[in-house]
Design a binder for this molecule. Structure first.
Ligand SMILES: Cc1cc2nc3c(=O)[nH]c(=O)nc-3n(C[C@H](O)[C@H](O)[C@H](O)COP(=O)(O)OP(=O)(O)OC[C@H]3O[C@@H](n4cnc5c(N)ncnc54)[C@H](O)[C@@H]3O)c2cc1C
Length: 344
């Protein structure tokens, strides 16, 4: 997405909902503003809520809540205007699920830290000016030895690979990044040294809730378009929507979407009241991803051959959605969290 897109989003005040006014944001102070923004973007496609969401909804809480006054003054004003695009780098080529086993290292050298390693699949990674990078600072401590760093793209030793060639969401920039003896000043440590894992766990429920809002809105939008198509497309002299199979199928899909929407809305309200548990966020995330993928697969079927043509929104939506069962914690890991809560 071109930088002009980000500058325009900044001008319209879409990027600073979580940012205090003194740094150029609107400090909306209620997660429902984020949810509405993500919903409107998800009606267009999946890449928009993903890229904008990483910046304005996922990175923002780290930069507001874990930073020093000096860092906020340095990073937040260009964050709101879209002049500085951000990303978050947790996943590495060797694995994303087992976050505590990450291999990127940061070794203290005087007042600075020397980073070595790499990250992959990073949304906004190719164009990002500032990346929150999780690195190992205490090798012997596993989860308790990870620290977050604000890595600026101008730093010596920082490089990004080619934009990754994905199955869907072609317009979003997803990249691999490398740190080669990169010197990061202590002033760029985000939060507490060795507390990075806890910091990441703190903000993951919001990330998973935002994924859920995106998933269900995206499915609902394409389903609505599919119902319209079913009322227009004819076979055997009748609209395909008049066949009992299609009627029952669409009734089933609408029910699945609306029931899921009710659960996601409830989770949104819990989050507004600061009561959303990581387990309930996990339930919303895997379930909405599952429903989204099932609904879109049926929608492709209703469109017949046109459903397989890239020219049609339904085909693109189907491809774009596949990743939602993988990113921000896979469906398997969401179920692990839920099972653990059951005492299993
Ligand atoms: C388009 C895209 C954008 C992304 N954006 C970002 C980003 O901005 N920042 C970022 O840090 N990451 C990002 N990711 C990475 C994403 O979060 C990871 O891909 C995801 O967490 C899974 O990690 P992995 O790919 O290494 O799979 P692996 O960890 O190798 O897992 C492979 C399979 O094994 C299963 N598995 C692993 N452990 C267990 C277990 N204990 N029990 C049961 N099953 C298990 C997984 O569920 C999965 O099915 C992105 C990924 C994609 C595809």
């Amino acid at each position: 997405m071109p930088r002009d897109f980000w500058l325009e989003a900044g001008k319209q005040g879409l990027l600073g909902l979580e940012i205090p006014e003194e740094y150029g944001g609107s400090e909306a102070g209620d997660y429902r503003f984020n949810a509405v923004l993500i919903e409107e973007l998800a009606k267009v496609n999946m890449a928009l809520p993903s890229c904008v969401g990483i910046h304005a909804d996922i990175v923002a809480p780290y930069l507001v809540n874990l930073t020093t006054e000096e860092q906020r003054g340095r990073w937040l004003p260009p964050f709101c205007t879209g002049e500085n695009l951000t990303a978050i780098g947790m996943t590495e080529p060797s694995g994303g699920t087992d976050l505590a086993a990450l291999k990127t290292t940061a070794v203290k050298d005087g007042d600075d830290w020397i980073l070595n390693g790499s990250k992959t699949f990073i949304t906004n990674g190719y164009g990002a000016d500032l990346v929150i990078v999780a690195a190992r600072t205490s090798p012997e401590k596993k989860a308790k030895g990870i620290t977050l760093f604000g890595v600026e793209s101008t730093m010596d030793g920082y490089s990004v690979g080619e934009k990754l060639d994905k199955v869907g969401q072609g317009e979003s920039d997803t990249a691999e990044m490398f740190f080669d003896n990169m010197r990061v000043p202590a002033a760029n440590v985000i939060g507490e040294v060795d507390k990075g894992f806890i910091h990441m766990m703190t903000w993951l429920p919001q990330e998973r809730l935002s994924s859920s809002v995106t998933n269900i809105t995206h499915a609902a939008q394409i389903l609505e378009e599919t119902i319209t198509y079913a009322k227009e497309r004819k076979a055997f002299g009748k609209t395909i929507g008049s066949f009992q199979h299609t009627k029952f199928l669409l009734a089933d899909l609408v029910t699945r979407v609306e029931v899921t929407q009710a659960y996601v809305d409830q989770a949104v309200m819990q989050h507004v009241e600061q009561k959303l548990t990581p387990v309930d966020a996990a339930k919303a995330k895997w379930w909405s991803a599952q429903v989204q993928n099932e609904v879109l697969d049926h929608c492709v079927q209703v469109y017949g051959g046109y459903g397989y043509m890239n020219e049609y929104r339904v085909a693109r939506a189907w491809r774009d959605a596949r990743v939602t069962k993988i990113w921000a914690g896979t469906n398997e890991i969401m179920k692990e969290l839920i099972a653990r809560d059951l005492g299993l």
